[in-house]
Design a protein around this ligand. Structure first.
Ligand SMILES: [Zn+2]
Ligand SMILES: [Zn+2]
Length: 239
Protein backbone atom coordinates (compact mmCIF):
# COMPACT_ATOMS: atom_id res chain seq x y z
CA UNK A 1 0.00 0.00 0.00
CA UNK A 2 1.43 3.36 -1.04
CA UNK A 3 0.36 6.56 0.71
CA UNK A 4 0.65 9.97 -0.93
CA UNK A 5 -0.15 13.07 1.09
CA UNK A 6 -1.63 15.09 -1.77
CA UNK A 7 -2.19 18.07 0.51
CA UNK A 8 -1.42 18.87 4.15
CA UNK A 9 -2.89 22.34 4.77
CA UNK A 10 -5.72 23.00 7.24
CA UNK A 11 -8.68 25.29 6.66
CA UNK A 12 -6.54 28.25 7.71
CA UNK A 13 -5.77 30.73 4.92
CA UNK A 14 -2.08 30.55 5.75
CA UNK A 15 0.06 28.24 3.68
CA UNK A 16 3.59 27.79 2.42
CA UNK A 17 5.43 25.67 -0.12
CA UNK A 18 5.31 22.55 2.06
CA UNK A 19 1.65 22.89 3.04
CA UNK A 20 -0.06 24.53 0.09
CA UNK A 21 -3.13 22.39 -0.59
CA UNK A 22 -6.05 21.20 1.51
CA UNK A 23 -5.40 17.94 3.32
CA UNK A 24 -6.08 14.90 1.18
CA UNK A 25 -4.57 11.42 1.12
CA UNK A 26 -4.22 8.98 -1.77
CA UNK A 27 -3.93 5.28 -0.94
CA UNK A 28 -2.80 3.07 -3.81
CA UNK A 29 -2.98 -0.69 -3.66
CA UNK A 30 -3.24 -3.57 -6.09
CA UNK A 31 -6.99 -3.11 -6.40
CA UNK A 32 -7.16 0.59 -6.99
CA UNK A 33 -6.57 4.16 -5.88
CA UNK A 34 -8.63 5.55 -3.02
CA UNK A 35 -8.61 9.27 -2.27
CA UNK A 36 -9.61 10.57 1.14
CA UNK A 37 -11.14 14.03 1.34
CA UNK A 38 -11.34 16.52 -1.48
CA UNK A 39 -11.32 20.16 -0.40
CA UNK A 40 -11.88 23.13 -2.67
CA UNK A 41 -8.16 23.17 -3.59
CA UNK A 42 -8.73 19.94 -5.56
CA UNK A 43 -11.66 21.11 -7.68
CA UNK A 44 -9.59 21.59 -10.85
CA UNK A 45 -7.35 18.53 -10.41
CA UNK A 46 -9.92 15.91 -9.48
CA UNK A 47 -10.51 14.75 -13.08
CA UNK A 48 -6.75 14.18 -13.57
CA UNK A 49 -6.30 12.55 -10.18
CA UNK A 50 -9.06 10.15 -11.27
CA UNK A 51 -9.31 8.04 -8.10
CA UNK A 52 -11.30 4.79 -8.20
CA UNK A 53 -13.15 5.81 -5.03
CA UNK A 54 -13.39 8.80 -2.71
CA UNK A 55 -13.98 8.71 1.05
CA UNK A 56 -14.95 11.83 2.99
CA UNK A 57 -14.29 12.36 6.69
CA UNK A 58 -16.82 15.23 6.87
CA UNK A 59 -18.48 18.03 4.94
CA UNK A 60 -16.36 21.07 5.84
CA UNK A 61 -15.33 22.76 2.60
CA UNK A 62 -11.62 22.05 3.08
CA UNK A 63 -12.58 18.35 2.86
CA UNK A 64 -15.48 18.28 0.42
CA UNK A 65 -15.82 21.36 -1.82
CA UNK A 66 -13.60 19.86 -4.52
CA UNK A 67 -16.69 17.81 -5.41
CA UNK A 68 -18.71 20.85 -6.45
CA UNK A 69 -18.51 19.83 -10.11
CA UNK A 70 -18.97 16.12 -9.48
CA UNK A 71 -16.60 13.17 -9.14
CA UNK A 72 -15.30 10.54 -11.57
CA UNK A 73 -15.93 7.71 -9.08
CA UNK A 74 -18.16 6.54 -6.22
CA UNK A 75 -18.06 8.82 -3.17
CA UNK A 76 -18.49 7.45 0.36
CA UNK A 77 -19.70 9.71 3.18
CA UNK A 78 -21.88 9.49 6.27
CA UNK A 79 -25.60 10.29 6.09
CA UNK A 80 -24.89 13.48 8.08
CA UNK A 81 -22.26 14.60 5.60
CA UNK A 82 -24.55 13.87 2.65
CA UNK A 83 -27.17 16.18 4.17
CA UNK A 84 -24.69 19.06 3.66
CA UNK A 85 -23.67 18.00 0.15
CA UNK A 86 -27.06 17.71 -1.52
CA UNK A 87 -26.34 20.30 -4.20
CA UNK A 88 -23.21 18.61 -5.55
CA UNK A 89 -23.79 16.74 -8.84
CA UNK A 90 -22.60 13.35 -7.61
CA UNK A 91 -24.04 10.36 -9.44
CA UNK A 92 -22.74 7.57 -7.19
CA UNK A 93 -23.31 8.41 -3.52
CA UNK A 94 -22.51 5.64 -1.06
CA UNK A 95 -23.06 5.44 2.67
CA UNK A 96 -20.42 5.25 5.36
CA UNK A 97 -21.88 4.29 8.72
CA UNK A 98 -20.10 3.99 12.05
CA UNK A 99 -19.91 0.42 13.27
CA UNK A 100 -20.04 -0.98 9.75
CA UNK A 101 -17.08 -2.33 7.80
CA UNK A 102 -16.90 -2.19 4.06
CA UNK A 103 -14.31 -2.99 1.45
CA UNK A 104 -13.37 -0.23 -0.97
CA UNK A 105 -10.96 -1.28 -3.75
CA UNK A 106 -9.31 -3.83 -1.51
CA UNK A 107 -9.16 -1.53 1.50
CA UNK A 108 -11.12 -2.60 4.59
CA UNK A 109 -12.69 0.63 5.86
CA UNK A 110 -14.45 1.41 9.11
CA UNK A 111 -15.75 4.87 10.07
CA UNK A 112 -15.14 5.58 13.76
CA UNK A 113 -17.06 8.23 15.71
CA UNK A 114 -15.18 11.28 16.87
CA UNK A 115 -15.89 14.82 18.04
CA UNK A 116 -15.02 17.78 15.81
CA UNK A 117 -18.05 19.84 14.78
CA UNK A 118 -21.77 19.82 15.54
CA UNK A 119 -22.59 21.41 12.16
CA UNK A 120 -20.33 19.11 10.14
CA UNK A 121 -20.02 15.87 12.12
CA UNK A 122 -16.80 14.05 11.28
CA UNK A 123 -15.54 10.49 11.48
CA UNK A 124 -12.07 8.98 11.66
CA UNK A 125 -11.29 6.25 9.17
CA UNK A 126 -9.71 2.95 10.20
CA UNK A 127 -8.30 1.39 7.06
CA UNK A 128 -6.60 -1.93 6.67
CA UNK A 129 -4.84 -3.52 3.73
CA UNK A 130 -2.90 -6.75 4.12
CA UNK A 131 -1.43 -6.60 7.62
CA UNK A 132 -1.23 -2.80 7.99
CA UNK A 133 -3.88 -0.79 9.80
CA UNK A 134 -3.95 2.98 9.72
CA UNK A 135 -6.24 5.54 11.29
CA UNK A 136 -6.90 8.84 9.51
CA UNK A 137 -8.35 11.76 11.47
CA UNK A 138 -7.32 15.08 9.94
CA UNK A 139 -9.89 16.99 12.02
CA UNK A 140 -10.45 15.76 15.57
CA UNK A 141 -11.21 17.35 18.93
CA UNK A 142 -11.58 14.01 20.74
CA UNK A 143 -12.11 10.37 19.86
CA UNK A 144 -15.50 9.06 20.96
CA UNK A 145 -14.18 5.52 21.47
CA UNK A 146 -10.38 5.77 21.62
CA UNK A 147 -9.71 2.12 22.46
CA UNK A 148 -11.87 0.82 19.59
CA UNK A 149 -10.56 3.43 17.16
CA UNK A 150 -6.87 2.81 17.82
CA UNK A 151 -6.70 -0.86 18.74
CA UNK A 152 -4.12 -2.60 16.58
CA UNK A 153 -3.35 0.56 14.60
CA UNK A 154 0.15 0.69 13.09
CA UNK A 155 0.01 4.33 11.96
CA UNK A 156 -2.07 7.25 13.26
CA UNK A 157 -2.43 10.16 10.84
CA UNK A 158 -3.70 13.11 12.83
CA UNK A 159 -4.71 16.74 13.09
CA UNK A 160 -1.89 19.30 12.94
CA UNK A 161 -4.09 22.37 13.37
CA UNK A 162 -2.80 23.33 16.82
CA UNK A 163 -0.11 22.66 19.39
CA UNK A 164 -2.21 23.87 22.30
CA UNK A 165 -5.87 24.23 23.26
CA UNK A 166 -6.58 27.45 21.34
CA UNK A 167 -8.73 25.64 18.75
CA UNK A 168 -10.51 23.39 21.23
CA UNK A 169 -13.91 24.42 22.60
CA UNK A 170 -17.09 22.87 23.97
CA UNK A 171 -20.50 23.12 22.32
CA UNK A 172 -23.55 21.59 23.98
CA UNK A 173 -21.18 19.87 26.38
CA UNK A 174 -19.17 18.18 23.61
CA UNK A 175 -15.58 18.80 22.56
CA UNK A 176 -15.36 20.64 19.22
CA UNK A 177 -12.57 21.96 17.05
CA UNK A 178 -9.05 20.56 17.02
CA UNK A 179 -7.15 18.65 19.70
CA UNK A 180 -3.60 19.76 20.52
CA UNK A 181 -0.98 17.58 18.81
CA UNK A 182 0.52 16.58 22.21
CA UNK A 183 -2.90 15.21 23.26
CA UNK A 184 -2.99 13.07 20.12
CA UNK A 185 0.49 11.76 20.95
CA UNK A 186 -0.87 10.76 24.33
CA UNK A 187 -3.83 8.93 22.72
CA UNK A 188 -1.35 6.98 20.60
CA UNK A 189 0.78 6.19 23.62
CA UNK A 190 -2.21 4.91 25.58
CA UNK A 191 -3.33 2.73 22.67
CA UNK A 192 0.15 1.38 21.91
CA UNK A 193 0.37 3.08 18.50
CA UNK A 194 4.04 3.55 17.68
CA UNK A 195 3.93 5.71 14.57
CA UNK A 196 2.23 9.06 13.91
CA UNK A 197 2.15 11.41 10.94
CA UNK A 198 0.79 14.94 11.28
CA UNK A 199 -1.29 16.39 8.45
CA UNK A 200 -3.89 19.25 8.27
CA UNK A 201 -1.11 21.61 9.34
CA UNK A 202 -2.20 24.82 11.01
CA UNK A 203 -0.65 28.18 11.71
CA UNK A 204 2.01 27.06 14.22
CA UNK A 205 3.54 24.63 11.72
CA UNK A 206 3.19 27.07 8.82
CA UNK A 207 4.91 29.83 10.84
CA UNK A 208 7.90 27.87 12.17
CA UNK A 209 7.92 24.19 11.33
CA UNK A 210 11.48 23.64 12.50
CA UNK A 211 10.77 24.78 16.06
CA UNK A 212 7.50 22.84 16.22
CA UNK A 213 9.27 19.79 14.88
CA UNK A 214 11.91 19.96 17.63
CA UNK A 215 9.27 20.36 20.35
CA UNK A 216 7.20 17.48 19.06
CA UNK A 217 10.20 15.23 18.46
CA UNK A 218 11.13 15.49 22.14
CA UNK A 219 7.55 14.77 23.26
CA UNK A 220 7.25 11.84 20.85
CA UNK A 221 10.62 10.37 21.80
CA UNK A 222 9.62 10.45 25.47
CA UNK A 223 6.63 8.25 24.55
CA UNK A 224 8.58 6.03 22.14
CA UNK A 225 6.52 7.22 19.18
CA UNK A 226 7.99 7.78 15.76
CA UNK A 227 6.51 11.12 14.60
CA UNK A 228 6.86 13.14 11.43
CA UNK A 229 5.07 16.14 9.96
CA UNK A 230 3.83 15.39 6.45
CA UNK A 231 4.19 17.83 3.58
CA UNK A 232 2.42 18.07 0.24
CA UNK A 233 3.61 15.25 -1.98
CA UNK A 234 5.09 13.08 0.80
CA UNK A 235 4.95 9.40 -0.15
CA UNK A 236 5.17 6.44 2.20
CA UNK A 237 5.25 2.77 1.39
CA UNK A 238 3.37 0.57 3.85
CA UNK A 239 3.31 -3.18 3.62
ZN1 LIG B 1 -10.28 20.60 8.03
ZN1 LIG C 1 -13.37 20.22 9.83
Amino acid sequence: MQLTFLGTRSSSDRFNARHRRHSALLIEGPRGRVMIDCGSDWLEELPQLAPDALLLTHAHTDHSAGLARGAPCPVYATAEAWQSLLEYPLADRRQLATGQRLTVNGLLVEAMPLHHSLRAPAVGLRMQADSTCLFYAPDVAALAEPAAALQGVDLYIGDGSALDETLLRREQGLPCGHAPIPDQLQWCHEAGVSSMIITHCGEAIIADEETVCHQLAAAAAALNIDLIIAHDGLRRELC
